[in-house]
Design a protein around this ligand. Structure first.
Ligand SMILES: [Zn+2]
Length: 295
């Protein structure tokens, strides 16, 4: 895979640029957030993901449209692991279904765990079709090297309630569920319960969510973040109020991506807290869901 970074100029220059990327740290409600000024990510943060724009473009995850230099590695029966040419992590991959089928998590959470086990130096993450996926029409996950996202270690300091040994409720500036188990079966069973308890909004194909998962010494951890909406008000605001930020798993995992320098300079703790509040669930919505969790 690394051979590609020598030959593929776009990926090579973006990975080189990442080494000099500017960051700053913000403490939001006791949780660590890093803001990363990453101009190459404008392709994702600014991506048009409305149905018409998606229909009118050639899918960049389909094999026939991918750059010839982007060579894949097969995984399982129907996935290909690719280098992500627009990295946030020093090591960043996209894992795509070989078929052009819609981004949906139903029936794929187990695949995420399989990936987490296979790529145990990586956090595997999923952005729902209306929660940051820039290809909502083509099923995919991403993988970024571990030790990069603050939530990976930080979530334990934000446990609100431990429902049982396998399920914790956390508040990381937003409410979320954390599943921990040695058994994949147990993880899948808990995930399915959460999935069933989450509301599906009109016009959506699944409950809005982001998922991050990793595996250490055969022990799985999965953070499930239910979402209220995709983009915050500041994304659409005009003038000084405008901040181009389109939160997905990585941002909620503690690395906020700002593709524009003006936003990197001005973004404050207050802005981040407001974005988290807007795009994630309110406490009331969260506790209503918990009431729906069977067993
Ligand atoms: Zn496709």
């Amino acid at each position: 895979m690394l051979e590609q970074l020598k030959k593929w100029d776009l990926a090579k220059s973006n990975y080189e640029a990442l080494k000099q990327v500017e960051t700053k740290e913000l403490n939001v409600n006791g949780a660590k957030f890093i803001v990363q000024f990453n101009p190459a990510r404008i392709v994702s943060s600014g991506a048009k993901v409305d149905a018409k724009s998606i229909r009118d473009r050639a899918c960049f995850l389909c094999e026939e449209n991918r750059p010839k230099l982007q060579k894949g590695l097969d995984f399982g029966e129907h996935y290909t692991i690719l280098i992500n040419p627009f990295p946030i992590f020093p090591k960043h991959f996209t894992i795509v279904d070989v078929k052009h089928v819609p981004q949906l998590i139903a029936g794929r959470f187990g695949d995420m765990l399989d990936l987490a086990e296979y790529m145990d130096d990586y956090v595997i993450f999923y952005n729902g079709p209306k929660c940051g996926a820039s290809a909502p029409d083509h099923a995919h996950f991403q993988a970024g090297n571990r030790g990069f996202l603050p939530i990976e270690k930080g979530w334990k300091n934000h446990i609100v309630v431990k429902k049982d040994e396998n399920l914790s409720l956390i508040n990381y500036g937003f409410p979320a569920f954390v599943i921990e188990a040695l058994s994949k079966k147990r993880c899948i069973c808990l995930f399915e319960k959460i999935y069933e308890a989450l509301p599906v909004k009109e016009g959506d194909t699944e409950p809005k969510m982001n998922i991050l998962t990793w595996c250490e010494a055969k022990h799985f951890t999965a953070v499930i973040i239910p979402r209220a909406k995709h983009r915050p008000d500041c994304f659409f605001a005009k003038g000084d109020e405008n901040i181009l930020i389109s939160p997905a798993s990585v941002d909620l995992g503690g690395v906020f991506i700002t593709p524009l320098e003006k936003d990197f300079e001005k973004i404050t703790i207050k802005n981040v807290a407001k974005v988290l509040k807007e795009v994630c669930l309110s406490e009331k919505e969260y506790y209503d869901i918990i009431k729906n969790l069977a067993g």
